[in-house]
Design a protein around this ligand. Structure first.
Ligand code: LLP
Length: 424
């Protein structure tokens, strides 16, 4: 069976019992089910195959900020994905995972010189330009290297999308994208630049966009601007329509992918360009759990705290975005339920995964998972409170691999130094 499911009363990842993983690798630990990533990729690619003509299939550039472990990248590359990167580090990861440079698109609102240099050196597919000063910056770097940079301009479509105000990116007030007027200016500037080849537009309205009609509103901004740019003689041969497709964390009733794919077909396909998409969370979000052990149950007047060994440094989403994550017991799943606040050991009240959650009664030593942690989970970990970054474990059928080991105290403390002048 694929993904996370119960077998003989115990939660499994693919064919592997999560109690075995905890016994062998300890907790907290991220566990990913490869089958779930494959299923999601196939769902997305399948919806596109169904709705879009054969010769017009999008390049699915996985937004690796969601989960950038190189094993996950390789898995997605093997499925046929391209890659969206936002930093030089992600470029290095992508190349190491085996992506061809021409499958890589570079986005991000503050591209640094070294990042542009490395991307040009590699020969990536395109830069998604976020501002006119950035266009000039890319031109300068490219001309010094005598390389031509393929660019598309990121349109700010002035549309509200995104599951939380901190992850909405398409509103007029957001730092992302370029207004319609400035895009025309950008194309005119680019025409005069020696080492820039402008090829089209991009957009990305936000992440976990559960008001999915927002995608349609944003796509509908494209035909007009494409027509007007072409009327001015500009070549528009690429449209990158971003990522943001939501996943179910709780019991959200999400629009199905087929309707989204139909919008792409009806609004974007007629514009007769190459189509690029940048899905992140959708591919990996539900494929990961944070496996954790109960340290103790602290009963106070009015509240029962389930103190677990995972904390906000391991998964920041609940406290940063007030995000809902499902919690499930790994064993003893049928015992009567009771309400818990699930909290970590960090010295902040914000180190709370959930409050008042009905869960099977648990005791110290029991295991639980925090669900839907495959996206923006490990990649946002920190060493706060000098806690070690947890390991990442990939399960594929009955294969198990540690794709990143737990950090050691040497890893984090030995790199620090005490200056001589303090050694008295
Ligand atoms: N493309 C661009 C330009 C992006 O900025 C993002 C996400 C994506 C694609 C992928 O979006 P997705 O398909 O994953 O929704 N840490 C936050 C999410 C931040 C998303 C940032 N940009 C969270 O935990 O919810």
């Amino acid at each position: 069976m694929s993904g996370f499911h119960e077998k003989n009363g115990v939660l499994h990842a693919d064919s592997v019992n999560l109690t075995d993983i905890a016994a062998e690798f300890g907790t907290p630990a991220y566990v990913y089910a490869a089958s779930s990533i494959r299923d999601q990729y196939e769902k997305l690619a399948g919806s596109m195959r169904k709705a879009l003509p054969a010769g017009r299939q999008p390049m699915l550039c996985y937004a690796c900020k969601a989960n950038s472990n190189i094993a996950i990248l390789r898995l997605l590359k093997n499925l046929g994905a391209g890659l969206e990167i936002v930093s030089e580090g992600e470029l290095h990861r992508g190349l190491k995972a085996g992506f061809a440079p021409e499958q890589i698109v570079s986005t991000g609102v503050g591209k640094q010189t070294s990042e542009i240099t490395e991307a040009l050196k590699a020969g990536i597919h395109q830069f998604n330009v976020e501002s006119l000063p950035e266009l000039a910056h890319i031109q300068n770097v490219a001309s010094e290297m005598d390389k031509t940079a393929s660019v598309v301009f990121r349109l700010n479509p002035e549309v509200t999308g995104g599951g939380h105000h901190k992850i909405s990116t398409g509103r007029k007030c957001d730092k992302f994208g370029i207004s319609r007027d400035h895009i025309f200016e950008g194309f005119a500037m680019a025409k005069e630049m020696s080492h820039i080849e402008p090829l089209g537009l991009s957009m990305h309205i936000g992440s976990q966009v559960f008001t999915v009609e927002a995608f349609k509103q944003a796509f509908e901004k494209l035909p007009d601007i494409v027509k007007d740019l072409r009327a001015e003689g500009h070549n528009i041969s690429r449209l990158d329509i971003g990522g943001g497709f939501p996943i179910v964390y709780d019991d959200e009733n999400l629009l199905d992918l087929d309707a989204y794919a139909q919008w792409v077909n009806d609004i974007v396909v007629p514009l007769d360009t190459e189509i690029i998409m940048e899905p992140g969370r959708y591919l990996v979000g539900n494929a990961g759990v944070l496996l954790t052990q109960v340290l103790n149950v602290k009963e106070t007047q009015g509240r029962d705290f389930l103190v677990v060994d995972a904390a906000m440094n391991d998964l920041i989403r609940p406290t940063l975005y007030e995000a809902y994550h499902g919690v499930e017991a790994v064993q003893n799943r049928d015992v009567p339920k009771q309400a818990y606040d699930v909290v970590g050991p960090i010295c902040e009240t914000g180190d709370t995964f959930t409050t008042d959650r009905e869960l099977p009664a648990m005791a110290a030593g029991d295991l639980a998972v925090i669900k839907s942690a495959g996206a923006y989970g490990f990649c946002m970990v920190s060493n706060y409170n000098t806690r070690l970054m947890p390991p990442e474990i990939l399960v594929d059928g009955d294969n198990i691999a540690v794709i990143r080991p737990r950090q050691t105290y040497e890893d984090i403390i030995d790199v620090e130094t005490i200056p001589d002048w303090l050694k008295i």
